[in-house]
Ligand binder design. Structure first.
Ligand code: HEM
Length: 439
């Protein structure tokens, strides 16, 4: 089949099927991936087909990861989620046959390449570094979680706008800090992510399996979910001239409604198509309930609901303001259609799709609440953010050896860059890493 020129991906030989669905959801992404991935109904790692059915409930990281990836190519996800060598040794037992067709993904994970070299060094480094920052992350998570409930109650009881804004910001931070936890084996902290009307299980697909593995490409669900409202891919087939400028106006509305749009889409899709709701979606209701009980029933139910919806909207706005301007969108950053780096290493591709927030470095609180240390987080998503700063020396050394660059800028620069990216339709002719802002 001939692929139209604009549909050619820089990281795969196929235009993803899910992009043709009427409504883009985690379910349509997974369904499309099963059709595209040449995994023969089982699990594919490199050119091998494996049957992990027996292992689903035994997986130390939780059954979700294996169950939800059945029928797909998990090569990069498998590599990025394990720092020990144990999983690699275990898979032989589940091998079924060699795959009939070549892999559709063209990024590499070669021995001696950037990612494998860095991972080996990180594995060694982790044996020696101080692990106490992990406990500090737990405390920060607990602190923002408790404060969101306290501010919500105070806001309803005293009709305080300041407390309402603080409740919204605390909710936004709780959601972002909980993201530190849902990338790992199951734990209680990840459930707090759902307080913002989004769902950690859904985000394990759209964020951990899609965005993290294939950032800024056609396979990145976190890009396609915003289209055509906001479109960062520099391609006139995807964004009309009007849409480029209109997006600057619609953007604040999209920010304020993003959390509601997510749950609305999931409810609609569950009714019309396949259920993608979970019991833990109900956790968000603990907020209005706590407001009601915390005010001793003196505030009416309607008022409790109003406070909850208002703080959720503030949280949604703050979340987008932070998240969409955190790392990935700037004309200097690789997006689908731009010129590729010659070295196709998966880890270098991650580095090329990110400019870190330099203004957050040094503060564990700011890093956790603002998606900081983003390059290292993309490369090693299961590591607590508190451990990442200790890994910069090996990262910088390895990047130097493989002609990669760690780039940094501050929040304002990211906001300007993100808006320029919304306007951009010309592919970047320069290979990644060749621009300014290197450190
Ligand atoms: C899509 C594929 C997979 C994903 C996304 C995944 C994800 C994860 C996660 C998140 C953890 C917990 C890490 C932590 O909290 O530190 C984990 C641990 C683990 N997984 Fe997987 N896993 C996958 C496939 C597999 C397979 C196929 C095997 C072996 C047959 C395996 C074996 C293990 C083992 C032994 C651990 C505990 C030791 C370690 O973290 O290295 N996983 N996995």
């Amino acid at each position: 089949m001939v692929i139209e020129e604009w549909k050619k991906s820089g990281i795969a030989t196929k235009f993803p099927t899910y992009r043709n669905s009427a409504l883009v959801t985690t379910h349509s992404w997974q369904k499309g991936k099963r059709e595209d991935d040449q995994a023969e109904g089982l699990w594919r790692i490199n050119d091998g087909i494996y049957d992990f059915t027996e292992f689903i409930d035994k997986h130390p990281g939780g059954s979700f990861w294996i169950r939800e990836t059945k029928g797909t190519d998990i090569t990069e996800a498998f590599e990025a989620h394990h720092l020990t060598t144990a999983p690699e040794k275990m898979i032989a037992k589940y091998w079924v046959r060699d795959a009939a067709e070549p892999r559709i993904y063209t990024l590499t994970l070669d021995e001696g390449g950037f990612y494998k070299t860095l991972k080996e060094r990180v594995r060694k480094e982790l044996k020696t570094i101080d692990k106490t920052p992990k406990r500090k992350s737990d405390l920060i998570h607990f602190g923002v979680l408790v404060s969101l409930f306290l501010f919500a109650i105070i806001s309803a009881k005293y009709k305080s706008l300041v407390a309402l804004i603080l409740a919204g910001v605390a909710l936004c931070w709780t959601v972002i800090v909980s993201h530190n936890y849902f990338h790992r084996r199951d734990n209680w902290q990840m459930y707090a992510f759902n307080l913002g009307l989004m769902n950690f299980a859904s985000w394990r697909v759209s964020h951990a399996m899609s965005h993290h593995i294939y950032p800024n490409s056609y396979m990145d669900l976190e890009l396609s979910m915003f289209e055509p409202l906001l479109c960062w891919i520099p391609n006139p087939q995807l964004k009309s001239k009007a849409m480029r400028y209109v997006s600057w106006v619609t953007e604040p509305v999209a920010y304020a409604l993003a959390f509601f749009i997510q749950i609305g889409t999931r409810i609609f899709y569950s009714f019309r198509h396949t259920n993608i709701m979970y019991w833990h979606d109900l956790l968000a209701l603990s907020i209005p309930l706590s407001i009601y009980l915390g005010t001793g029933g003196t505030v009416g139910l309607l008022s409790c609901l109003r406070t909850w919806l208002a703080m959720t909207s503030i949280a949604s706005f703050s979340f987008c303001l932070i998240g969409l301007n955190a790392a990935h969108h700037d004309p200097e950053i690789y997006h689908e259609g731009d010129t590729n780096r010659e070295d196709r290493d998966w880890g270098l591709f991650q580095v090329d799709t990110i400019i870190d927030r330099g203004d957050l470095k040094g503060s564990q609180f700011l890093v956790l609440t603002h998606f900081g240390d983003h390059v290292l987080h993309h490369l090693f998503p299961t590591l607590d953010h508190g451990l990442l700063p200790a890994l910069y020396p090996v990262l910088l050394q390895t990047l130097d050896e493989f002609k990669g660059h760690l780039r940094e800028c501050n929040h304002i620069e990211h906001m300007i860059g993100q808006h320029k990216q919304l306007l951009r339709i010309e592919p970047n002719p320069k290979p990644p890493g060749a621009g300014k802002k290197e450190i």
